[in-house]
Design a protein around this ligand. Structure first.
Ligand code: 2HA
Ligand code: ZN
Length: 261
């Protein structure tokens, strides 16, 4: 089962590269794999002394995560997930992690955001186990336009481009103002925005952060939003403002499929 989760991460990493959302070492992903931590995994020694997370995350005490390595490429992780990622264990003080397998590959630079989000998810009793950060070109481009950064403007616009986006990204797209990549501030603002009810948030002029039961689900929501962004941009480049589905059409869709909001 652990292999399956990591294979799924490798498959998604390949999609990210193919989509053009993962230039160089861009993006990162983490999986909460604590449910697969059997006696053998729990008895693995740390490969080096514990490192600070930079914050204390009480719900993560003794948890296990698969993390993409910092400076590692998604296209490499797709083929060699254990050489471009690592399994870490959170120590008893809930403020440090130790790398236990397979090799000393330092986790992603966005570790504070990823682990803080996992801590938040466990704290609220969520069954979500995966978090994904990537750089989808069309969505990042749209984040450079101030009017799109008003609350739920992009959600409504992207939902209205094609019924699938309303149906398969039913919680919309939250907005996080530009903040230093890798910072605790970015992690905390991401959590506050997810807590408003979103499963995907847009990091202004940087990328998106998505959560899901598994990494494929997180990827699919981003993919659906990007499809809408592409339809919008194609229409604009053909010289017209797309009409979009009406409010009534979207409400009918929400009623028919029992969608939230
Ligand atoms: O991991 O995308 O935000 C590289 C990044 C940092
Ligand atoms: Zn990034």
């Amino acid at each position: 089962m652990l292999c399956q989760a990591i294979c799924q991460a490798a498959e998604v990493a390949g999609h990210l590269w193919q989509k053009g959302w993962a230039e160089r070492n861009g993006g990162n992903l983490t999986l909460n794999i604590t449910e697969y931590a059997d006696g053998d995994m729990r008895s693995l020694p740390a490969l080096e002394p514990p490192r600070p997370i930079g914050t204390e995350l009480p719900y993560l005490k003794g948890c296990y995560f698969y993390c993409k390595g910092t400076n590692r490429r998604m296209r490499d992780l797709a083929r060699h997930p254990m050489e471009n990622g690592a399994i870490i264990r959170i120590t008893e003080d809930a403020a440090h992690y130790e790398i236990i397998a397979d090799a000393v590959v330092l986790p992603t630079s966005e570790l504070p955001a990823h682990l803080s989000v996992h801590n938040y998810l466990i704290g609220k009793g969520s069954s979500y186990k995966a978090s994904l950060h990537t750089h989808p070109t069309e969505l990042v481009a749209m984040s450079h336009h101030r009017p799109f950064l008003e609350k739920d403007v992009l959600t409504q616009l992207l939902w209205s481009m094609i019924p699938e986006t309303r149906a398969f990204c039913p919680r919309g797209l939250g907005i996080v103002p530009y903040m230093l990549p890798g910072s605790i501030e970015l992690a905390e603002t991401t959590i506050r925005t997810l807590d408003e009810g979103y499963d995907v948030v847009l990091w202004e002029k940087h990328g998106v952060f998505a959560i899901g039961e598994n990494i494929t689900e997180a990827f699919d929501m981003v993919d659906t939003l990007v499809k809408s962004a592409q339809i919008y941009q194609d229409a604009r480049s053909m010289g017209f403002e797309p009409e979009g589905m009406s409010g009534l059409q979207m409400r009918q869709l929400a009623d028919a499929f029992g969608l939230p909001k």
